[in-house]
Write a new protein. Structure first.
Length: 117
């Protein structure tokens, strides 16, 4: 049962990473021109007053959520694939049970044995 749970972690990390990137890609953005926010006409065409502070706060929350999703997925993937990233191969012999270890081959001498007289 432990292997089933451990097999899900890479999938979860990839999904978090992809969700963060997709969230960033499809989230609406405020345009800035000459150091000022440009309010889209559809936001300004209403009877309600425009609350720029609420719009900016919402944009910041969306950016923060995107960053958290992307970084948590990236750090999770980096942790899961740390052996590959660092370049140190895992010792697969240590992971196998004791009864599945291959026997150590004996050294075979290629030189002929001298016989004693």
């Amino acid at each position: 049962m432990a292997t089933v749970a451990s097999d899900r972690w890479p999938l979860i990390c990839w999904l978090l990473f992809a969700a963060g990137l997709l969230f960033q890609l499809f989230s609406p953005r405020l345009k800035i021109s000459n150091g000022a926010f440009v309010i889209p006409p559809e936001m300004a065409a209403g009877k309600n007053a425009i609350r720029l502070d609420e719009i900016v706060a919402r944009q910041r929350r969306l950016q923060l959520l995107s960053v958290l999703l992307t970084l948590s997925g990236a750090f999770g993937l980096a942790f899961l694939y740390r052996d590959t990233l660092i370049g140190e191969p895992r010792d697969e012999v240590a992971d196998r049970p004791r009864n599945q270890l291959a026997p150590i081959p004996r050294e075979v001498s290629t030189q002929a044995q001298r016989e004693k007289p």
